[in-house]
Ligand binder design. Structure first.
Ligand code: 8IG
Length: 278
């Protein structure tokens, strides 16, 4: 459990200081003074950690300042330090994320990203499972996030810090991903608050607004990443057609099933991309 010194939601707490404390614990527990790339593994992506390379250390989230155990079934509660093949580089792999719908506020949502920066990372790879608006994108389709629309009504940035988010999802990293898999689609991710899935009317709205994907994560994390200067690669796995696009109701079980079916391919894809990241 977190102690009061690590209470991210105390207004007197500086979240960047807690990120520094978290990075210090990660360095101590992994024996690595720095990590290079951070990965946040969402639904369907969790096997990727094993494909990237040898796991050199595993840490319970609950032992790291500002982190807590996960909340959603099917999400693992650890972070790992993984060798990126034999490049000598290290990946910090988060097996789960905190979602805004958990009601802990926005600081815990972006703490992993801030900690990645404090741990030395220059790039963060944000993955998720999401709903698809394009009927041609069957469950199992992987999509590079080209941009987002933040409908969460939240920001991780506190105070008058005006951050440019024009190229939030680093174009060069998307190019690298397409070198690995030229068939990768690209789309605009719409972050809803959740935890309910969208109504069909909300899905139609997302489409009119220019969205291709609907989800409950990633956007706020990407903003926080850009605030500290990280390059961002976002990749979505369409685990279901968004509500009203198909005639089937949505279920979390179905989402987990689609994730499992695609897991092998997603893991290979992500490992190949991570090995090529600058
Ligand atoms: I997995 O259809 C997954 N996550 N908002 N809508 C939203 N989030 C999702 C969905 C979806 N599928």
């Amino acid at each position: 459990m977190s102690t009061s010194a690590f209470d991210l939601n105390d207004p007197a707490t500086d979240p960047f200081e807690v990120a520094e404390q978290a990075a210090a614990v990660i360095a101590e527990r992994t024996g690595a003074t720095r990590h290079d790339v951070a990965l946040v593994l969402g639904s369907g992506w969790r096997q990727a950690g094993d494909r990237i390379g040898e796991t050199l250390a595993t840490i319970d989230n609950a032992e790291v300042p500002g982190f807590h155990a996960g909340a959603v079934e099917g999400h693992s509660r650890t972070m790992r330090s993984v060798a990126i093949g034999d490049t000598g580089r290290r990946a910090l792999v988060y097996g789960t994320r905190t979602h805004f719908y958990e009601g802990r506020g926005v600081r815990p949502v972006v703490h992993a990203v801030r900690t990645a920066h404090a741990a030395g990372c220059s790039t963060v790879v944000l993955t998720n499972g999401c709903g698809g608006l394009n009927p041609a994108w069957k469950p199992g389709t992987t999509v590079l996030i080209s941009d987002h629309i933040n409908l969460s009504a939240q920001s991780p940035i506190e105070g008058a810090t005006f951050v440019d988010v024009t190229d939030l999802y680093t174009p060069r990293l998307r190019e690298i991903a397409r070198e690995v898999d030229p068939t990768l689609e690209e789309g605009v991710y719409v972050q809803f608050r959740g935890p309910q899935y969208e109504t069909p009317a909300e899905v139609r709205m997302a489409k009119i607004l220019g969205g291709d994907l609907v989800g409950m994560s990633t956007g706020l994390e990407a903003i926080a990443a850009r605030q500290v200067g990280l390059d961002v690669l976002g990749i979505s796995l369409v685990t279901n057609l968004a509500a009203g696009i198909s005639d089937k109701p949505l279920s979390h079980e179905e989402v987990l099933e689609a994730g499992q079916a695609a897991a092998d391919r997603c893991a290979d894809l992500l490992a190949a991309i991570v090995r090529r990241l600058p």
